[in-house]
Design a protein around this ligand. Structure first.
Ligand SMILES: *[C@@H]1O[C@H](CO)[C@@H](O)[C@H](O)[C@H]1NC(C)=O
Ligand SMILES: *[C@@H]1O[C@H](CO)[C@@H](O)[C@H](O)[C@H]1NC(C)=O
Ligand SMILES: [Fe+2]
Length: 446
């Protein structure tokens, strides 16, 4: 039966393959050449239709986890049973379900169930829908230290498999993904293969994502509503953070306030996102969350020739808000390479501005963005076009260690690392950003 389902998926895939792909390729930028990408891995559906597949978890507000999964069988209830002992589920919770259509594609039943309150730094065992495999996850700690893995522009290729295997070698707490997940690019069965591909990792640790251009998937006249699959499959705690859109939200975890912004929805000063961001930043208490981290998709600072200037309008709209709030780090994806900047504000080195990092090198099917601008900018401290992932270990209120791990084929090698100090402890920066005087202006134009 699964074989038949699979062949149906494949034929649907072929029917709807060409038009959207052509449309997508026309949008792609032609000025740089990428190396041969590695093969896509099509992870098959090999469980009974009533069993959960594509299980993934995300932080769902204070002390809660959202469990998301899909069943082909529409009669399966949206229930999660869970507990601290394997096979013994003391608690259960019921949630909601959704499904969507896209051209001739019709999704399975997509379930989302919030469970909790959960204890911090604790292993839980859980089962979805009353059938099938048991899964397990660990909740993040409530205090420092905490470790984040950061990987953008993932896709589902052999490179992605290498990246995720390396990510899984550390006992990290939360994965942060600055956009571009499945690279389905309108081919909806690829969202299902992606869900199955990441399940061993995303069911094990919370994955917190924001959207990239590959999630838009709107199509003139027929599918004008953007982010249909993304919003149905990867809901994030936007409601819990006072946002009205799944495209931007925030959350707190162990002394770190993390803001996920939307590069592909309105961000100008009259927009809902701008107003939400302003209000969210105003509520940040650096006594409680000394670290402030922001993720976007299209980088605001980049010296790669790929996608030059695509983040400029968003930077112009929002950079001052982030600077005044003394944001510590801004992670971006989109450019398929790694790059780390010094602290920057308004195109100049500024010791009170955020450190900017591009980490769009998770391993997708498009390959790497090899070309960097010459001569190098003094603001850009490290840049390299290789696949890999990052680790942010926040040790205490003041110190964090950032490292970038390059995929040397099957091995993972630390290629760049740096100690970071939180801006929350700097009285000088607090005064400086209020007065909006750049504290250190080296006149290093990008
Ligand atoms: C990830 O790491 C954990 C702990 O070391 C291990 O049990 C698990 O099998 C790994 N997952 C995959 C998919 O390799
Ligand atoms: C924070 O961690 C850093 C790095 O390990 C250490 O040097 C520093 O003393 C720690 N600060 C506090 C207050 O524990
Ligand atoms: Fe992108």
């Amino acid at each position: 039966m699964e074989g038949k389902r699979w062949s149906q998926n494949v034929s649907l895939f072929l029917v709807i393959f060409f038009i959207p792909l052509l449309f997508h390729e026309l949008q792609a930028s032609p000025e740089y050449s990428r190396p041969p990408p590695r093969r896509i891995i099509y992870t098959p559906h090999d469980r009974p239709d009533s069993h959960p597949q594509q299980v993934h978890i995300s932080l769902g507000g204070k002390d809660h986890m959202r469990v998301s999964w899909l069943t082909i069988d529409k009669s399966v209830p949206s229930i999660v049973e869970y507990g601290k002992i394997s096979g013994k589920y003391e608690s259960s919770a019921t949630g909601e379900h959704t499904s969507y259509r896209y051209f001739f594609y019709s999704s399975g039943k997509i379930h989302h169930v919030k469970i909790g309150p959960l204890e911090s730094d604790t292993t839980y065992y859980y089962r979805c829908g009353g059938f099938g495999d048991e899964f397990t996850f660990k909740t993040p700690p409530s205090t420092f230290p905490i470790e984040f893995s950061v990987a953008g522009d993932l896709g589902q290729t052999e490179w992605t498999a290498a990246t995720l295997a390396h990510v899984n070698k550390t006992d990290y707490d939360v994965l942060l993904l600055p956009g571009d997940l499945s690279y389905a690019d309108s081919q909806q069965p690829l969202w299902d293969t992606f869900g199955r591909f990441v399940e061993p990792y995303a069911s094990h640790r919370p994955w917190m994502v924001t959207q990239g251009n590959h999630e838009i998937e709107s199509f003139p006249i027929i599918h004008t509503q953007a982010f249909k699959a993304y919003n149905a499959r990867w809901p994030m705690p936007f409601h819990e953070s006072g946002s009205t859109s799944n495209l931007y939200y925030s959350f707190d975890v162990a002394g770190v306030h993390i803001i996920m912004l939307g590069s592909y929805t309105d961000f100008n000063s009259h927009s809902a996102q701008f107003k939400w961001l302003e209000a969210d930043l105003a509520m940040v208490d650096r006594g409680r969350t000394p670290w402030l981290v922001v993720l976007v998709h299209a980088p605001w600072y980049s010296t790669n020739t790929a996608h030059q200037g695509e983040g400029d309008s968003m930077r112009n709209a929002l950079e001052e808000l982030l600077y005044k709030a003394r944001v510590d780090i801004v992670f971006a994806g989109h450019v398929h390479a790694y790059e780390r900047f010094t602290r920057v504000f308004d195109n100049k080195a500024n010791s009170c501005g955020p450190v900017y990092v591009t980490i769009g090198d998770g391993g997708n099917r498009e390959g790497l963005a090899l070309m960097f601008k010459k001569p190098p900018s003094p603001l850009s401290l490290f840049r390299e076009a290789s696949f890999g992932h990052g680790r942010l270990r926040v040790l205490n209120r003041t110190h964090a260690h950032w490292s970038w791990h390059r995929n040397d084929d099957s091995d993972s090698t630390v290629a760049d690392d740096v100690w970071l100090e939180s801006l929350s402890k700097s009285k000088l920066c607090e005064e400086t950003v209020k007065a909006q005087i750049p504290s250190v202006s080296l006149n290093d134009e990008l």
